[in-house]
Design a protein around this ligand. Structure first.
Ligand SMILES: Cc1ncc(COP(=O)(O)O)c(C=O)c1O
Length: 397
């Protein structure tokens, strides 16, 4: 009856245990910025949605020019010179992935994705009938992208007779916070051009880069029109850039060799025209929303730094536990000795400490044992969560 694009209904062991948990749970997986108690007032941003021009429907498939100009200025403020013609607006970066998979991949084609990384990619690929093949991010190099490991994954796909449609880089990566270096992006671009696939660079955490390494790339599609060997699509959106996920506006910035780029943009416009999914009021409000978002992102960065310091301090009495440095993003990665399966640990923390953490396998860490924590919760909540986590981990001794 149903297509294989959606999974059979069901819950995993952790969500089942959570549903049945009898007491309130302290949630260290919460990444919703609108309920994180940030010291910012959203009403000026929301008031912008009442612009009277929103009463008229006059769509442009790629997004209203005024809105694309606003995104173009947002990038200019970050040192990237890209005119409004290189942007396509979407309802979210998740939708942007869907449109790019439609643009690039036929059903059954492979898309190379990093491991560990963002778990929603599985669902987004399944919905498009696309198969994900993982390339390894080495823990020993703080999970950075290596073009050689991408090539190894591309070779595996070729050996199985399938076609690689694209490689995804999550830049900076969620949850490890690492970015691709200019040298590796150059090698990846040559590989992609040689093998005929495109690069999709998920840059939703662009404004949450706290400690770049020398040579790290911020916007992979930044090269001016005609530059670069491969087609590159950089993704961003209000959900992270302005901490406004409820307004549903994301974007694709396209770059690459001129004739290919022009064709990609025309085809993307055709996909966008089939949906016209971005509401007019949010597009009209975009210049003001992005300006308001600067303040929200600043408040969020302060929260991330403060909670990360709390985490490091709170686990400092456990020398067998390592907290990864906070390079970028909204999450913290904690490495634990593999003395207890990750899932068992998460279930035990729920049962004994009334707290929720993400086990590393959720993000495809290749080996046990990691836990991933959101750095967004209110400071007092987070501090109490880390106190409970430390107590739960001490139970090993
Ligand atoms: C790496 C990454 N990409 C994309 C998204 C989805 O963003 P959006 O709300 O724009 O769909 C998230 C959300 O957490 C994310 O972590």
């Amino acid at each position: 009856m149903f297509s294989t694009r959606t999974p059979a209904p069901g819950r995993n062991r952790l969500t089942t245990a959570l549903d049945a948990h009898p007491r309130p749970v302290l949630d260290l997986t919460a990444t919703n910025p609108t309920t994180a108690g940030l010291p910012v007032d959203p009403s000026p941003a929301l008031a912008l949605l009442a612009d009277g021009r929103g009463g008229v429907y006059s769509p442009d498939p790629c997004g209203l020019l005024s809105a694309r100009e606003a995104v173009s200025s947002y990038y200019a403020g970050r040192g990237v010179d890209a005119g409004p013609g290189r942007f396509v607006l979407t309802a979210s970066s998740s939708e942007a992935y869907g449109w790019l998979f439609k643009l690039l991949a036929a059903p059954g084609d492979a898309v190379l994705v990093p491991a560990p990384s963002y778990p929603l990619l599985d669902a987004l690929a399944a919905l498009e009938g696309v198969e994900l093949v993982r390339y390894r991010l080495p823990a020993e190099d703080r999970w950075a992208v290596h073009a050689g490991l991408v090539e190894e994954a591309a070779d595996r796909v070729a050996a199985s007779g399938r076609r690689v449609a694209a490689v995804v880089v999550v830049n900076p990566n969620n949850p490890t916070g690492t970015s691709i270096s200019r040298a590796e992006l150059g090698a990846l671009s040559s590989l992609a051009a040689r093998r005929g696939f495109a690069i999709v660079s998920d840059e939703v955490f662009l404004d949450y880069r706290l400690e770049d390494r020398a040579g790290d790339v911020r916007v992979a599609a930044a090269g001016a029109e005609g530059a670069g060997e491969a087609l590159v699509f950089s993704l961003g959106g209000l959900s992270k850039a302005a901490a406004l996920p409820q307004l549903k506006l994301g974007w694709i910035l396209a770059g690459g060799p001129a004739p290919l780029l022009a064709e990609a943009l025309e085809r993307l416009a055709w996909i966008a025209d089939s949906y016209l999914s971005v509401a007019s009021p949010v597009q009209l409000a975009l210049p003001g929303l992005l300006a308001w978002g600067d303040g929200a992102a600043g408040a969020l960065r302060a929260r991330l730094l403060s909670n990360h310091a709390t985490l490091v301090e709170g686990l400092s009495a456990l020398p067998e536990v390592t907290v990864a440095p906070l390079s970028a993003g909204w999450s913290a990665v904690v490495r634990l000795p593999a003395v207890e399966p990750e899932e068992g640990l998460a279930l035990r923390l729920l049962e004994e400490e009334d707290m929720l953490v993400h086990p590393g396998y959720f993000f495809d860490f290749p080996r046990e044992a990691y836990v991933v924590l959101s750095l967004l919760p209110e400071k007092a909540t987070f501090r109490e969560g880390i106190r409970r986590l430390a107590r739960g981990l001490r139970a090993w001794r």
